[in-house]
Design a protein around this ligand. Structure first.
Ligand code: SF4
Ligand code: SF4
Length: 670
């Protein structure tokens, strides 16, 4: 079939006869170690349950697969890293595919007298392999440079294992090119230029005076070294960071639909379903790795220790013991030993309460992770386990008992809320009983009911709405906490008690919309109450203000210089980023470096507003300093927590010139 003019390659052409068989015998032990490693990993992730999850096509999120795996969109957020990663990933993928193709061509198709890699196909194959091999080497060199030397990236740790893998990969590529060059020199085929790297090497060899017999020996020796290095890498893959190449892709493909809402783990039980069941034992949260679902365990091994999450984490920046990267890495190292996956991670000192409660639940770690690992998920699951065992810190317990006693985290009595409602009614607000046909139910939230500063925000919004003719009503003193603090603390039962009460109340007005100025209330109504049966739509006041500006009913006439602090729960969790900016379009708005989805948390989320975890420098101080660099006169916020945290920070750093105002107050200035 083949003649001298048809391009093709005889796989073991220059090797001693029998190599085709010997190579598979040599490969066998390496491949066995590889398979054993995979078996151990699968066992760690939950055995058959893991296999069932992985082979369930309904669990695959194809859009994430295309976006985050094939196109590497998330990695390209950092362009340099993204390009480097694309070079390495596609380099490895194409070379691996090339090897598989050779195997199929030689061992399977040949049985049917078919040859795939021949003629133009073969030339294309040779060209692509050289091209992607070159890309891979360049990518690997960049990866090494980012880890060592003066230009090394701070977030990357100098790990011997990672470096060794990178060097071995370069070694495999280089030896591959060398044997290709020697082969082309020895065979002198007329199509050698298609393998352009090998061709260059063969041209160099031609200029030397080394005898052909020596080149043949060198070729055969390097051929074996190349093969053994590749086999060794295959064998150690399941035990090393190499595994992340596959697990990262798998996690990114499965993660996005693992939970209905990514920033909170799935509802573990429903109070309405279990209340009348007496002997029911409910397991909530995680303190042992076996408590996690198979795909949650797999995600841990996908971590490459890249440090992006740590870099984005406000709790790490402020000097708390929490680093999302360390957390995942700690879990990963425990997971390497099958015997440890049933250990109580708090008892053995792997996890600790301070670290778990330092998290502000801002979601920046998940958002920045290129392989879609969600450290927040593990933190919230761990909080659930701690809460279910009643091992909470006394400050945290106080919030929960306040919620149980008074249905607000402040622990203020109903009379306080009644007085607050009276104040709001005095400026024109009506309760839903007084104005049952209102279009919007303005949910004040505990902060407006219990904190005078936030009540001013509510008053501003009420004044703006009255001025613009918005049809709204408030609930009145019967409005209870949404339960968000309880859920973030991990007390699912307390959260659901409050949630079901609120849902019962709100569903009576199912043809209305809930309006709220609090991103935490907004998020829980929109994304978490739905799961428990809420049927109302919800709108944040930034959206309403934008609608009023768009309709011409509201106009900002006070052209001060502003900067906007995006709330995590609004921008990152709910993609409300352009609405406040559109509403403020008539002002001179200067964005901070970290804005939109990349905003930096004020430090008040996840219950941290209510209790104090020791911090070296508060998140809010970092943020107010960043706001000050814009030269703005007003820092606009869209969340009561952010308002109080940042106002406090401004006072602490003596930043008297900058006012911190809610967006509703900006419209109420004139
Ligand atoms: S959610 Fe925010 S505070 Fe918590 S670990 Fe992630 S980045 Fe850090
Ligand atoms: S969790 Fe993700 S972002 Fe954090 S170190 Fe691991 S791979 Fe990197």
């Amino acid at each position: 079939m083949e003649d001298l003019y048809t391009p093709f390659r005889e796989s073991f052409g220059l090797m001693p006869s029998g190599t085709g068989l010997v190579i598979y015998l040599v490969l066998a032990p390496f491949f066995s170690v590889f398979l054993y490693g995979i078996y151990l990993r699968l066992k760690t992730y939950g055995g058959m349950n893991a296999i069932r999850s992985l082979f369930n096509p309904r669990l695959i999120n194809f859009s994430s697969l295309i976006k985050n795996v094939l196109l590497q969109v998330k990695l390209l957020w950092d362009r340099k890293s993204g390009i480097m990663h694309i070079m390495i990933m596609y380099g490895i993928f194409v070379l691996f595919l090339g090897t598989i193709l050779i195997f199929i061509d030689d061992n399977i198709l040949s049985l049917f007298k078919i040859k795939l890699l021949i003629g133009n196909y073969y030339l294309l194959y040779e060209f692509l392999l050289d091209f992607f091999g070159l890309l891979l080497i360049v990518g690997l060199i960049i990866a090494i440079k980012r880890r060592v030397g003066r230009s090394r990236l701070k977030r990357l740790r100098m790990k011997k294992e990672h470096l060794a893998i990178l060097y071995i990969l370069i070694f495999i590529c280089l030896t591959g090119f060398i044997i290709e060059g020697f082969r082309l020199y020895l065979t002198s085929v007329h199509w050698s230029r298609y393998s352009f790297i090998g061709y260059l090497i063969s041209e160099v060899v031609k200029t030397t005076i080394v005898e052909k017999t020596i080149i043949i020996v060198a070729y055969q020796s390097i051929w074996w070294i190349h093969a053994l290095a590749a086999f060794s890498l295959l064998a150690v893959a399941p035990f090393t960071n190499i595994l992340h190449t596959v697990l990262g892709a798998l996690n990114a493909s499965y993660m996005s639909i693992r939970e209905p809402v990514l920033y909170i783990p799935a509802t573990p039980f429903r109070l309405t379903e279990i209340l009348d069941k007496i002997d029911i034992e409910i397991k909530v949260g995680f303190k042992k790795l076996v408590d996690l679902a198979p795909l949650q365990r797999l995600a841990i091994d996908a971590c490459t220790d890249c440090g992006r999450c740590e870099e984005a984490c406000p709790a790490t920046a402020s000097g708390t013991p929490l680093s999302p990267r360390n957390l995942v890495q700690k879990l990963r190292s425990v997971q390497q030993h099958l015997s440890s996956i049933s250990e109580d991670l708090f008892n053995v000192g792997i996890l600790n309460l301070e670290e778990i409660y330092a998290c502000t639940t801002c979601g920046a770690c998940f958002d920045s992770c290129p392989v879609m690992i969600n450290p927040l998920e593990y933190i919230l699951e761990a909080r659930r386990a701690i809460a279910s065992e009643g091992k909470l810190d006394r400050h945290v317990t106080r919030i929960l008992s306040n919620l149980a006693r008074t249905q607000n985290p402040y622990g203020l009595p109903r009379s306080y809320k009644e007085a607050a409602i009276k104040e709001l009614k005095a400026i024109g607000a009506k309760t839903i009983d007084e104005y049952p046909e209102a279009e919007y139910i303005y949910w004040l939230g505990c902060m407006a009911l219990c904190d005078e500063r936030i009540r001013k925000v509510a008053k501003s919004l009420i004044k703006v709405m009255i001025k613009c003719g918005v049809s709204f009503a408030i609930i009145g003193p019967g409005e209870n906490c949404t339960g968000d603090p309880a859920r973030r603390i991990g007390e699912e039962g307390r959260f659901q008690e409050l949630a079901y009460q609120n849902i019962g109340l709100l569903n009576k007005f199912s043809d209305r919309k809930i309006l709220t100025h609090c991103p935490h209330c907004y998020n829980i109504f929109k994304n978490e109450y739905k799961d428990l049966g809420l049927s109302l739509k919800v709108i944040h006041h930034t959206e309403l203000l934008n609608m009023l500006v768009n309709s011409g009913k509201l106009r900002l006439r006070n052209f001060v210089k502003l900067t906007l602090h995006d709330s995590c729960y609004l921008s990152r969790f709910n993609s409300i980023i352009k609405e406040p900016r559109m509403a403020l379009r008539d002002a001179k708005l200067i964005d901070m470096k970290r804005h939109g989805r990349e905003t930096f948390c004020c430090g008040g989320g996840g219950g941290n507003f209510w209790f104090e975890i020791k911090r070296i420098k508060k998140e809010s101080i970092f943020r107010i300093e960043e706001a000050a660099t814009t030269g703005a006169e007003v820092l606009v916020v869209e969340c009561p927590f952010c308002l109080l945290m940042l106002e406090d920070a401004a006072k602490m750093v003596g930043l008297n010139k900058m006012q911190v105002l809610d967006i509703a107050e900006v419209f109420d200035l004139e």
